[in-house]
Design a protein around this ligand. Structure first.
Ligand code: SAM
Ligand code: SF4
Ligand code: SF4
Length: 350
């Protein structure tokens, strides 16, 4: 793995890991619960394998704000709120208004399944949220329910998206997880629907996050194939990345229909540029989406650690970081004895 050059906003003092990758992005899982049960993400029921956290174990908004200030001091400039379903966390807009004024955050975004947006889009916008990502895998209501569980209602998500547009959110990213054989036939409908809408469709390869989504390579449809299929109908041309370390490969329709992206973690791993840190609902930091263990910040914080102590824990964790799971995936999968128990997607939020 070759570390890549870093973005212009990073400085010589930037905290770097063992492969010289700077810390740049933070994803915060504000709740591990969700009103959907997407088959690729969350088991239908709690089990011996996993129980949801009691609310007393969630970081409070004050605690999140305090940690975010420390992460920013370490070099983070992009923050994304996620989950579980972040809008299931009561009063989320209050967290947005606490984080927005923090100097050093250039970008504050939210990833949501969209089902509760019609209730919350306005207050999120007023609280200062800049950008939205809505996950929407198909426009077929039956396939949608099949993939998202019995509470997954396509009409609600479409209403949520309309509410977000009305509230003033533009260039909304639409995340589409592609599980081969499940809805391949509906992908072109999404392309036709969002082409020219101003929003940005992003196809994501199904990943082996966690241990309970029954991942197998046979369910992975390589992005290159989707891109080829779209290109046959609507010619595409590449667009330069917004910044070093951007995970999506960006394209635009040659006819001016807007932008589209592909996140190909399985077939084209991007560990060399990975600058993301994840904070779980219960206050552990994870340096990789496929991590087995996190480093606890909540315990020390509630035991009275001062900011310097907490910053020391963050810095040491990042400096020790040598994660490159996606680059080693084939090796790991070909030796089942190397398989480890990983953190689940809904605990750290993608
Ligand atoms: N509940 C919110 C949502 O669905 O947008 C936020 C949390 S969700 C875990 C964050 C993103 O991860 C979503 O876009 C979701 O589609 C994606 N995701 C979940 N499981 C995945 C998997 N196994 N492979 C690829 N992407 C996945
Ligand atoms: Fe919920 Fe998002 Fe996971 Fe689907 S992907 S189960 S909406 S957390
Ligand atoms: Fe980053 Fe881990 Fe994904 Fe590699 S596998 S890109 S290190 S999160």
């Amino acid at each position: 793995m070759k570390p890549q050059p870093h973005s212009s906003s990073t400085t010589e003092q930037t905290l770097r890991d063992r492969f010289s990758r700077p810390i740049h992005d933070l994803r915060i899982s504000v709740i591990d619960r969700c009103n959907f049960r997407c088959t690729y993400c969350m088991p239908q029921e709690e089990s011996g394998h996993y129980k949801f956290l009691d609310p007393g174990n969630w970081l409070s908004f004050e605690e999140i704000e305090r940690l975010v200030r420390l992460f920013v001091a370490c070099g983070v400039s992009k923050v994304r709120l996620t989950g579980g379903e972040p809008l299931v966390r009561p009063n989320l807009a209050q967290l947005v208004s606490r984080l927005c004024p923090i100097k050093g955050i250039d970008d504050l975004a939210l990833t949501t399944n969209g089902s509760l947006l019609s209730r919350h889009a306005d207050e999120l916008k007023k609280a200062g949220l800049k950008r939205l990502t809505v996950s929407l895998d198909t426009l077929d209501p039956l396939v949608f329910k099949e993939m998202g569980g019995k509470k997954a209602d396509l009409a609600e998500v479409m209403e949520g998206l309309a509410a977000a547009e009305k509230a003033g959110f533009e260039k909304i990213k639409i995340n589409v997880v592609v599980k081969k054989g499940v809805k391949d036939h509906t992908l072109m409908n999404l392309v036709r629907h969002f082409k020219g809408s101003g929003h940005i469709l992003r196809f994501i390869e199904f990943m082996d996050v966690g241990n309970c989504n029954h991942w197998s390579t046979e369910y992975v449809l390589p992005s290159a194939q989707i891109m080829k299929m779209i290109n046959e109908y609507y010619p595409l041309e590449p667009v330069k990345a917004n910044y070093e370390g951007e995970v999506a490969n960006r394209y635009r329709y040659v006819d001016g229909g807007g932008e589209i992206g592909f996140i190909s973690s399985v077939t084209q791993p991007f560990c060399g540029n990975c600058s993301r840190l994840r904070l779980s609902t219960d206050g552990k930091i994870y340096t990789c989406l496929f991590a087995t263990e996190g480093t606890d910040l909540r315990g020390p914080m509630r035991a009275g650690a001062n900011d310097q102590d907490l910053r020391g824990i963050i810095e040491n964790t990042w400096k020790r970081r040598d994660d490159r799971y996606s680059e080693n995936r084939i090796l790991i999968k070909s030796h089942p004895e190397n398989e480890r128990k990983k953190i689940e997607m809904f605990q750290i939020g993608g």
